[in-house]
Design a protein around this ligand. Structure first.
Ligand code: FAD
Ligand code: NAI
Length: 468
């Protein structure tokens, strides 16, 4: 049994934990990061952001080749999906990311404690597994992330009834797929399998998909995805799903508001109704770490839990479950522990849905501004009026910018369109710097570029667009 002391021990090597470990090492601390999985990088690298984006990109290329090339005057022969090769490409991206983080740990002298960590109280952590032992540290950080939210009455077998993890490694393209939950995972992974040939139906409890996005964006997104072949059953809840081998899965669903039930069959069912913090086996109670009413590790404004010297970041605590939010919290906490005074602006965290077109947003939605009684001006510009989008034959969508009528500060921005995930960054910067729409449109934008749609939406706030 080894006994070693560190300045800091971080439990979990996801984007929150591994980024924090590197930042702490840069700041001169001795750091250990406990990770139980074989590959570093957490949910994001192994079964989240990275593999999903790899499959989204590959399936987009296939869709473009089968649906988009002809319009550009490109004739191709028979195009087929080689699913094992596509999965191998995805896995190679995951593996290279795992190795990249391992290299960064070595470069920064971060000790990877391999195994499952739990808190013993009194600044001690015990590890079960390859690096078994008890370790001590001045500061301990919980960065254990999240897990799939189960749905009552439905057993996830990761074969026929899958979570996102199973949906990222199906062995064949299903004929039919039912996605429970019209949120980010449902639309991204639903898109992957829809593009590869599955008939996908999204069942959403509420009366709209992407319920936390700007309403206009959600509506347009549903129209665009419907054009791509996806079907939607809104205001509907699934009450059971029974897998029967070759017979597929039989789902029972009924209107969310009550009414007669119906049975639907599908080859594969994807359960994507959200995620919840993962803290199993951490020994929180013994260490005096309390959870809030939603099972999240309770922290104050400095990421301090209810146990002195124990902190928490990322998906395990309140706030958006996003990799970049976890990363920023890791960096900010590292700097706080080093005596610095860093800052994180929770009002300027972008959210991107990597469908095609993409959906990207930052700040307040129109619904939120109306509910808060804040007077605002909206400027909107469609991609149909952007020459570059027309050249790309990707004109679905628009940019919308919301500006405070009194202060002239941009309060929110919402994009549905090609490469929206990259386009939003200019608007995140606008929010961060307290910019006005005028600040955006007086900044020179290259031509011809998709970014000109952002400039035109800013011009629209002041009613002075040029190209529409
Ligand atoms: P995690 O990444 O969950 O990492 C926690 C780590 O802790 C894990 O490696 C786990 O094994 C380890 N761990 C847990 N308990 C212990 C223990 N006791 N001992 C040792 N190790 C332990 N976010 C985005 O921003 N963009 C995206 O495109 C995106 N796509 C996603 C796609 C999917 C399918 C999913 C599921 C999620 C996606 N997310 C995305 C969300 C993103 O993955 C999470 O927000 C992010 O990973 C959270 O980081 P984290 O460090 O808090 O936790
Ligand atoms: P989500 O919260 O995005 O969406 C869940 C959806 O399921 C909601 O629309 C909700 O109304 C619906 N729902 C809830 N209960 C239901 C029920 N019983 N029946 C039918 N519908 C129901 O959660 P999701 O998609 O599972 O993703 C989890 C988290 O992962 C997200 O919070 C997101 O932060 C993160 N993520 C981020 C991505 C990105 O940034 N591109 C990609 C994938 C995941």
């Amino acid at each position: 049994m080894s006994e070693q002391a560190f300045d800091i021990i971080i439990i979990g090597a996801g984007p929150g934990g591994y980024t924090m470990a590197i930042r702490c090492a840069q700041l001169g601390m001795s750091v250990a990061c406990v990770e139980k999985d074989a590959g570093l990088g957490g949910t994001c690298t192994n079964v989240g952001c990275i593999p999903s984006k790899a499959l989204l990109h590959s399936s987009e290329l296939y869709h473009e080749a089968t649906h988009g090339f002809a319009q550009h005057g490109i004739k191709v022969g028979k195009i087929e999906v080689d699913l094992p090769a596509m999965m191998a490409q995805k896995q190679s991206v995951v593996s290279s990311s795992n190795k990249g983080i391992e290299f960064l740990f070595k470069k920064n002298k971060v000790t990877w404690l391999k195994g499952e960590g739990s808190l013993l109280g009194g600044g001690k952590v015990t590890v079960k597994g390859e690096s078994a032992g008890t370790y001590s540290a001045k500061h301990i950080v919980i960065a254990t992330g999240s897990e799939v939210m189960p749905l009552k009455g439905i057993e996830i077998d990761e074969k026929q009834v899958v979570s996102s993890t199973g949906a990222l490694k199906l062995g064949a393209v299903p004929k039919t797929m039912v996605v429970i939950g019209g949120g980010v995972i449902g639309l991204e992974l639903g898109s992957v399998w829809n593009r590869l040939g599955a008939e996908v139906t999204v069942v959403e409890f509420l009366d709209r998909i992407l319920p936390t996005n700007d309403g206009e964006v959600s509506k347009q997104m549903q129209r665009v995805l419907a054009k791509q072949g996806m079907k939607f059953k809104l205001g509907t809840k699934v009450t059971s799903a029974k897998a029967a081998g070759k017979g597929g899965v039989t789902l029972t669903m009924e209107p969310a508001a009550g009414g007669p039930a119906e049975e639907v069959k599908a080859d594969i069912v994807l359960v994507s109704i959200g995620r919840r913090p993962y803290t199993a086996g951490l020994g929180l109670e013994a260490a005096g770490v309390q959870l809030d009413e939603r099972g999240r590790v309770k922290v104050d404004g400095h990421f301090q839990t209810t146990a002195k010297g124990v902190y928490a970041i990322g998906d395990a605590i309140q706030g958006a479950m996003l990799a970049h939010k976890a990363e920023e919290e890791g960096v900010v906490l590292a700097e706080m522990l080093a005596g610095q005074k860093p800052h994180i602006n929770y009002d300027a965290i972008p959210g991107v849905v990597y469908t095609w077109p993409e959906v990207a947003s930052v700040g307040k939605t129109e619904e939120e501004l109306k509910a808060a009684g804040i007077a605002y001006k909206a400027g909107k510009f469609p991609f149909t009026a952007n020459a570059r989008a027309r050249a790309m034959t990707m004109t679905d969508g628009f940019v919308k910018i919301l500006e405070d009528e009194k202060t002239k500060k941009v309060l929110g921005a919402h994009i549905i369109g090609p490469d929206a995930g990259h386009l939003i960054q200019e608007l995140v910067m606008a929010l961060e710097f307290g910019a006005s729409a005028e600040d955006i449109y007086r900044t020179v934008h290259a031509h011809p570029a998709l970014t000109e749609a952002v400039k035109e939406a800013a011009l629209a706030v002041d009613g002075r667009t040029i190209n529409i």
